[in-house]
Write a protein that binds this ligand. Structure first.
Ligand code: PLP
Length: 363
């Protein structure tokens, strides 16, 4: 069967070569007579996969030795609790930059655990932009500042060069929808977390990259499973880790290495996004919904002239094999999620369809 072009925001498309390799090894991994799914997480074979996952991610993102890498469960949403439970010390204060639904959820969750304030917000303009650094008000004694680097629903992002930095206050970043998509310097963050299901592999795996000196100060009420110190001590195996998802992530990391690493995929991602935005910007029918200078290169949000036409667009696109282009239910319009594994042919096919649709629906 021909594969569709899947523009889903997540779980999202994976490299076909990875899926084929996983399927080849599904019942008999490297001739060992069993699937990775069936292996003990303490077995030498699985331990090798686990170590490989960590090392590959360290190499790809150039993660310094002063940072630990954790493979956890519970999705990025569990980190909305884990972060304050572990990092609200000594002041018990943290400041949150609100640039979309997920950073707002993270903020609301943190309110349970400490003295939390909003440092800046773009909510008054429906999260269509990223606040300028001079509009971000951070308390000098905050234990950390939280932000979401790429806003999956609204299609905005903090560019690497516009990342706010605060003296002696670690930056905590939700990187769920743009990890491994372009180069960010890990040393600019105290902690990075991301659900795997966009650029790393199947849902069920959550990656946390944390600076070692920030660990070991968890609140007493922190559940054992959520305490980074426990997870570091047990090499993310305090309980059974999501072994199969980690195994697939290793294949995705190897695929990315073959593409030339993050620098190379960043160039491709920028080319893909620019093609789509350029087409949208010259069109009379489509309109981008995010402010130009804050546009995401992973989630391209746009709309037509009416909600009815948006609905027809998504329906007719699907008939052409272009799936999941309907915008998030909270904002409407359309969203093309074009993560690392979306090939250039997918962008070209989408633009072709958009042109035809525009011709048929001219004002
Ligand atoms: N943060 C961002 C930026 C996301 O895009 C998502 C999911 O789409 C989440 C958090 C929630 O992730 P999870 O479903 O892994 O809890």
């Amino acid at each position: 069967m021909n594969r569709i072009y899947n523009f889903s925001a997540g779980p999202s498309t994976l490299p076909v070569s990875v899926l084929e390799d996983v399927s080849k090894n599904l019942t008999n991994y490297q001739g060992q007579g069993l699937s990775v799914m069936e292996m003990s997480h303490r077995s030498p074979s699985y331990m090798e996969i686990h170590a490989n996952a960590k090392q590959s991610l360290r190499n790809l993102m150039n993660i310094p030795d002063t940072y630990e890498i954790l493979f956890l469960q519970g999705g990025a949403s569990t980190q909305f609790s884990s972060v304050p439970l572990n990092l609200l010390n000594p002041s018990g204060k943290a400041d949150y930059i609100l640039t979309g639904s997920f950073s707002k959820k993270a903020y609301k969750e943190a309110l349970r655990y400490g003295d939390i304030q909003i440092a800046a917000s773009s909510e008054e303009d429906d999260f269509t932009f990223i606040p300028n650094n001079d509009a971000i008000n951070v308390r000098p004694d905050a234990d950390y500042v939280h932000l979401c680097l790429n806003n999956t629903i609204y299609g905005t992002r903090f560019k690497p060069e516009q990342l706010p930095q605060f003296d002696n206050i670690p930056l905590v970043a939700d990187m769920s929808s743009n990890i491994l998509s372009e180069e960010y310097e890990v040393s600019k963050f105290g902690l990075i977390y991301a659900g795997a299901q966009k650029n790393m592999g199947p849902a069920g795996l959550t990656v946390v990259i944390v600076r070692k000196d920030l660990v070991g100060k968890a609140q007493d009420i922190t559940p054992t499973m959520l305490d980074y110190a426990t997870q570091i001590d047990k090499d993310s195996m305090y309980n059974t880790p999501p072994t199969f998802a980690i195994y697939v992530a290793v294949q995705v990391f190897a695929w990315l290495e073959e593409q030339g690493g993050i620098k190379a995929i960043e160039a491709i991602n920028k080319e893909k996004a620019a093609k789509l935005y350029d087409y949208i910007d010259q069109s009379d029918l489509y309109q981008g919904t995010a402010r130009k200078e804050n546009r995401s290169i992973m989630n391209v949000t746009f709309r037509t002239l009416s909600e009815d036409l948006d609905k027809t667009f998504a329906k007719e696109a699907k008939e052409k094999g272009l799936y999941n282009l309907k915008g998030h239910r909270s904002v409407g319009g359309m969203r093309a999620s074009i993560y690392n594994a979306m090939p250039m042919e997918g962008i070209d096919a989408l633009i072709e369809f958009m042109k035809d649709f525009e011709n048929e629906n001219k004002r």
